[in-house]
Write a protein that binds this ligand. Structure first.
Ligand code: KG4
Ligand code: ZN
Length: 345
């Protein structure tokens, strides 16, 4: 099956072309520079950028894949969750394209696509190696632990009760005067910092449920900086705070993930979402999984942040498993949660 996938749920405009489990082209235009001036994503600006960039990005994807729109057999687009005006741009483009070509439209849940992205190796989906797993999705807006019992069969075990892990990185980075988005910057500075310099709280780490909370950690960093303003005058002291905060976030994520794997009895752990680019998280998850005998699949860093390739790969699996297409007149689903029915409406 040859399909195009469109992703515009937040601040990346992306189009991918997929055929038989292979990514023929994947083009991502990131708006990070535009939003960094404002310290976060501005929905109105994101929407205009999607409008400006979607057709050039799509044209580039078709050229790279050496196919024409008339060759397509299906159209996939992110239907939710995400910023409503941003979602509308990509989803309506997908609806118009599917309608004009007379091919099925597949509206995709963005988080469900993250969930299966660790199974993409290089340019190919490797679902023949699929194993039931516990999956950690960590992004700027979400932190979730999910039991993937089988392909397209998953149940949410826990999620954040307040700030997401990426949000915690971004907000503490802001307190330290670092540029947006703070996660990659903290990752970089933490490389030369001492993770044991400060003992920040590890919220909910010992609690039996699978939920996490990061707002207490952020508040404790705020109080620490209020009481030690001199930290902001020293590059090494900033690196030490970055490493210590990162270590607290990573400890919580790793321990909660491994505990969920033990509870569910799976043999495999996966992770995806922007924060999965974090080097300490990748290495600590690997260490913990090796120690407990779990197979670990981490999404490729290129596929951790938002992209249309993961949308298209999931859409193809859904079509192969005969899931119904999305009605051509469907609306976007900005609050579409994974705990809700994940079949099309
Ligand atoms: O998945 P994503 O691209 O967008 C959302 O759907 O939110 O995730 C973006 C988040 C941001 O909070 C960013 O700071 C964080 O991922 N991030 C990182 C790293 N790279 C991106 N956090 C920590 N370390 C990184 N290397
Ligand atoms: Zn995402």
């Amino acid at each position: 099956m040859l399909l195009v996938a469109i992703e515009t749920s937040c601040d990346e405009t992306s189009v991918a072309i997929i055929r038989a489990g292979e990514i023929l082209a994947s083009v991502v235009s990131s708006q990070i520079k535009l939003h960094s001036e404002f310290g976060g994503v501005v929905p109105e600006l994101a929407t205009r950028e999607h409008l400006r960039n979607l057709l050039p990005v799509a044209r580039e994807a078709f050229e790279r894949a050496e196919i024409k729109p008339s060759d397509l057999e299906a159209v996939a687009a992110t239907q939710g969750p995400g910023l409503p005006p941003a979602l509308v741009i990509g989803f309506q483009a997908g609806q118009a394209l599917a309608y004009s070509l007379g091919v099925p439209l597949i509206g995709i849940n963005h988080h469900e696509a993250h969930l299966y992205s660790p199974w993409i190796r290089g340019n190919r989906a490797a679902f023949e190696a699929f194993e039931p797993n516990v999956s950690l999705i960590v992004s700027g807006g979400h932190t979730m632990l999910i039991h993937v019992r089988g392909e397209l069969d998953h149940v949410v075990l826990g999620s954040t009760v307040d700030d997401a892990a990426g949000e915690c990185f971004d907000k503490t980075a802001k307190l330290l005067g670092l540029p947006y988005p703070g996660g990659p910057e903290m990752d970089r500075l933490a490389q030369a910092g001492n993770p044991r310099a400060h003992e920040f709280p590890r919220p909910m780490i010992h609690e039996a449920h699978h939920d996490v909370s990061f707002s207490g950690l952020k508040t404790s960093v705020r109080y620490f900086l209020r009481d030690h303003p001199e930290v902001l005058n020293s590059d090494q002291a900033i690196r030490d705070v970055c490493a210590s905060v990162q270590s607290a976030i990573v400890d919580v994520l790793v321990q909660k993930t491994v505990r969920a794997a033990k509870r569910t009895g799976v043999k495999c752990v996966t992770a995806s979402g922007g924060v999965t680019c974090n080097r300490a998280l990748r290495s600590e998850l690997q260490r913990a999984c090796d120690k407990s005998g779990y197979q670990l699949l981490l999404a490729d860093p290129k596929l951790c942040t938002d992209n249309a390739a993961m949308i298209g790969i999931l859409a193809e699996r859904k079509r192969l498993q005969s899931q119904r297409p999305t009605p051509i007149s469907a609306d976007i689903r900005p609050s579409w949660s994974l705990t809700q029915e994940s079949t099309p409406v």
